[in-house]
Design a protein around this ligand. Structure first.
Ligand SMILES: Nc1ncnc2c1ncn2[C@@H]1O[C@H](COP(=O)(O)OP(=O)(O)OP(=O)(O)O)[C@@H](O)[C@H]1O
Ligand SMILES: [Mg+2]
Length: 631
């Protein structure tokens, strides 16, 4: 019943929000809340702003898009600040069609859909409320009722500029229904809703021969001509094209560049002059955001055609590249899987990460920077620290190819491959290797991958595989230790005590006997060797650690396992080195003895309870790591 209650609530809410009054009453409302007369572009911008703007690394992060769009912060920032914001201020960009350009499955439609659904919700809030002339199929702006010659006075009184003139239909209605008295015209609050065709429209071109301009601008209703006597009587016209219905809100223009020119010319006048021509009427004013999307190849061929020059200058192109961060790519896959019918399938930890590594590698361009390889670049882009590089380097890397992210593997391909590997495997449990294998098998069928790219992509699969090997080994070794974090911390403390004694030329006290001892050189070296610190360099390394510790202490912070990346790596490797033999023997034994069996079961239990595996994927992981360690 919960859902029915919600339906009821929604209906009640709708009734509560309803408003109807005369134009006189509307003007009173307007005095209190001038924002209700804002333009379509300004409403879109305010909606985005209302969701919140976070400052992140000196950039603006627009939270409106955060729930469904991942890793495109820069593109979104540009979209908002170079289009929506200036358009809201009635600057010239408002008169251009917004064209999102990017590679397939890069999130363009998702962005447009978010704007549409967002506007529907926003029009139900106080700040986003929209009012229109009652009974008008185009939900015409009530302020159009103010005659042209009084608009300057209106501006002085209300501070609002009115654009556009009263439509032929409402001009007639004003005369016939209200006897010319604008103060009596009924105004109502409207709620954007694409299903009910209020304020949100989608135009999708079909066969150019059969498609009629009526889909865009409405058409004559021949059945009523007899009644009204003439084709140019606006009452005999149905204002039900997408441009009509989207008035005050937005219209999505699908496949715009594939569309027949005659459709585009209507858009031109609409965007440029704020009006379009329908039937045998004077121009009809409309105020709406028009968004289209395209891919790069289509766009290039469009602008290379001289005939399109006029159109081109009336379009604002905003690039929407692929996401280039591994961790965000993982989130994209998670989202897509949740939305698909695969959500019941167990996907082993790291399977999506490995796929994401592959995808990102295909999208990155090779840098000419010293010491940078694709994997390092990938890590830096994802905000990981890579020794010898800092934020300045990341900025330089990004500046190297401003159009990076316009090519490579798309998220949908990966999701398709994951689902095909699910079909192939009988158990509903997929691991990283299944995913990589399926990605590899699919490359042959991918329509747009050249032989040269395929070669490269196979190499990226190999890299992703190597990354997975490391992750898998670490994971299993961790699971072998009863409490991995504890062990690591104990070893670290032990090391630090010894380093301190070494640098200060002190002795250590044996915790049990209280006896004085020399620092344990063997222990310290066994850790340092893990990250290649030579005998000659050990003193400098230990002193550096000590300096770090006191720097931390000065700031009142504790130096711990996470304070020093290289030391953490050394500790980790040392723990693993100690474990390696046990893991190797236990995981690869064909006939494990009783104690080995017990250990295996313990490890599997830990993988399931603490690391998110199921019993199939945990067993697969153990077997795989066993074979890796025996190579
Ligand atoms: N950066 C991203 N963040 C979140 N989801 C994304 C991102 N990029 C792609 N997706 C997901 O990938 C799928 C395809 O995206 P969408 O349909 O929006 O792409 P598109 O650019 O319109 O593609 P096309 O050119 O094929 O029309 C969607 O499920 C979308 O949610
Ligand atoms: Mg799309």
């Amino acid at each position: 019943m919960d859902i029915l209650n919600k339906v009821k609530q929604y209906r009640e809410e709708e009734n509560r929000l309803k408003w109807e009054g005369t134009f006189t009453e509307y003007l009173e409302l307007l005095k209190e809340r001038p924002e209700i007369a804002q333009t379509a572009h300004s409403r879109v911008y305010n909606m985005i702003k209302a969701a919140g703007i976070e400052k992140k690394d000196g950039r603006n992060d627009y939270r409106f898009f955060n729930e469904e769009i991942f890793g495109l912060e820069e593109a979104i920032e540009r979209l908002v600040e170079e289009y929506f914001h200036p358009a809201a201020k009635r600057l010239d960009v408002r008169k251009r069609i917004l064209l999102l350009m990017g590679p397939v499955s890069g999130g363009k439609s998702t962005i447009v859909t978010m704007l549409k659904r967002g506007l529907e919700r926003y029009s139900r809030t106080d700040e986003g409320a929209v009012y229109a002339i009652k009974g008008c199929p185009m939900h015409e702006d009530p302020l159009h009722l103010i005659p042209q010659h009084l608009r300057e006075d209106f501006y002085k009184e209300y501070g609002i500029r009115i654009e556009g003139s009263l439509s032929p239909l409402n001009t007639m209605r004003l005369e016939k229904e209200y006897g010319g008295k604008i103060e009596d015209v009924l105004i109502e609050r409207i709620f954007f809703n694409e299903d009910r065709r209020v304020g949100i429209g989608t135009f999708s071109p079909s066969d150019p021969k059969s498609q009629d301009i009526a889909d865009l601008t409405g058409s004559i209703d021949f059945s009523t001509i007899a009644e009204y006597g003439s084709e140019s009587d606006p009452r005999a016209y149905r204002f039900d094209g997408e441009l009509n219905k989207a008035n005050r809100g937005m219209m999505e223009f699908q496949e715009m560049l594939k569309c027949d020119e005659k459709f585009l010319w209507h858009l031109l006048s609409l965007t440029q002059e704020g009006n379009f021509k329908a039937g045998r009427f004077a121009l009809i004013s409309a105020d709406e955001l028009i968004v289209a999307h395209t891919n790069e190849a289509e766009y290039r061929s469009f602008i290379s055609n001289k005939k399109n020059e006029a159109l081109h200058s009336r379009i604002i192109v905003m690039p929407i590249p692929y996401n280039l961060k591994v961790s965000q790519e993982e989130r994209i896959y998670e989202k897509m899987i949740k939305e698909s019918d695969m959500s019941h399938v167990h996907i082993a930890p790291h399977a999506l990460r490995v796929a994401a590594i592959f995808s990102i590698l295909t999208r990155l361009k090779p840098s000419k920077k010293q010491g940078i390889d694709p994997v390092k670049k990938m890590r830096l882009y994802d905000g990981e620290s890579v020794e010898g590089f800092n934020q300045v380097d990341v900025d330089e890397l990004k500046a190297e190819f401003p159009d990076e992210g316009m090519s490579g593997i798309d998220p949908r391909y990966v999701i398709n491959r994951i689902s095909s590997s699910i079909i192939r495997k009988e158990t509903p449990s997929i691991n990283a290797l299944d995913v990589l294998r399926s990605i590899k098998d699919g490359l042959d069928q991918h329509p747009s991958i050249s032989e040269e790219d395929k070669e490269k992509y196979l190499n990226y699969i190999a890299i992703a595989r190597r990354e997975f090997d490391e992750i898998a080994k670490k994971e299993v070794q961790k699971a072998f230790v009863y409490s991995y974090e504890e062990s690591a911390k104990t070893l670290l403390e032990n090391y630090l005590d010894n380093v301190e004694a070494f640098c200060n030329q002190n002795k250590l006290k044996d915790p049990l006997t209280g006896e004085e001892m020399n620092p344990d050189e063997k222990l310290m070296r066994s850790i340092e060797e893990q990250i290649g610190i030579s005998e000659n360099a050990k003193k400098a390394f230990r002193e550096e650690i000590l300096i770090r510790i006191s720097a931390f202490a000065r700031k009142g912070k504790r130096f711990d396992y996470y304070s020093h990346d290289r030391l953490r790596e050394a500790i980790q490797k040392k723990l693993f080195a100690d474990l390696k033999d046990v893991v190797k023997i236990t995981t690869s034994s064909q006939t494990p003895d009783e104690s080995q069996l017990k250990k295996i079961n313990e490890v599997i239990a830990r993988l399931i309870d603490d690391y998110g595996y199921n019993s199939t994927s945990a067993n697969e992981l153990l077997r795989y790591v066993g074979s890796l360690l025996n190579r």
